[in-house]
Design a protein. Sequence first.
Length: 362
Amino acid sequence: MKKRILSVLLTTVMVVSSMAGCSSKSSDSSTTDSSANTASSTDSTKTDTNTASENTLDWPSGSNIKFIVPAKAGGGTDLISRYLTTGWLEQIDASFAVTNYDTSEVGAQEVKNAKPDGLTLSVASCTNMDNYLTGSSEVNPTEDLTCIAKITAGGSQVLFTTTDAPYNNLQELKEYAEANPGKVTVGCSLGGTSQLMWLKLVKSMGNIELNYVQCSSESDKLSNVAAGSIMLGNGSLNNALQYEADGKIKVIATLSYSEEAGKDSFMDGLGDQYLTTWEQGFKDSSWEAGYYLVGPAGMSDELVEAINASAQEATKQISFLDGMKDMSMVVETKGVEESQTDFQAEWEVQKELTTTAGINIR
């Protein structure tokens, strides 16, 4: 089953990305690591009227499910996790303990080490792939995790610069960078997803020379660009709109999840500074980065199919759809085979990007 819903961003989303070393965790529902924070555990009395009757396996049968969020509270990964579990609670008889971890690695280790019984779930994205390929994680998402369902196809990222920058769009940035190689600083997660995103765009711009510096979180990128400490950053649409309205940053482009989605796909009335990279003439620069529902490796095919079917029903709930609308996320829920095909395709893209960048150690 596949559905695509283009959404408009209305609320503040802070996308938090961080890297750390390995940590081994137990699979108990209680969290003992100091980096974890169990933020909610909600019971639902509503029963699943669709999934249980359509699958031979009755999942979750009133169980307590631990949902691992491999990121701090308030970020994009956290919000997607909470909107999904909220939608789930509207149509199954279960409870979710949603547990946040300060780093994606610790959260990924928790999922990897859990029993493959369908009672420990999480979300994964290309960040998990990049972290493993570049050596900041020891959890191989294609071997240590089970891809259960694709939830979204991604969304948009706004590219912004300092208010006094001598360029107002990508073409002017290209010309300035060509005349001043290495002078333009870009805040990103070095060796991580945000740097790879910029490298893909730079390739479409003729491989201009930029200076990449460590600046992982969206809040740090916004504040450092506003202060003039770095010259370029990327972030969510609503935060860019707010900072732009306050006169703190200058927007120069939007990076879309698809070559076919222009600025008007995300919000009506956006100015030309929000034209997507391909609308500005730079092809093959889009960044499709889906979010996937995952569990530990070793889950049975029957269990994976049952959870996938239930997850697809959860993504039909109004609470989930409204949340994705607020985040400007494109909902793209798929069956097991299609989801795993997309997951593998993203893995191959990340392998190529990290290899080209010279940071793939695997």
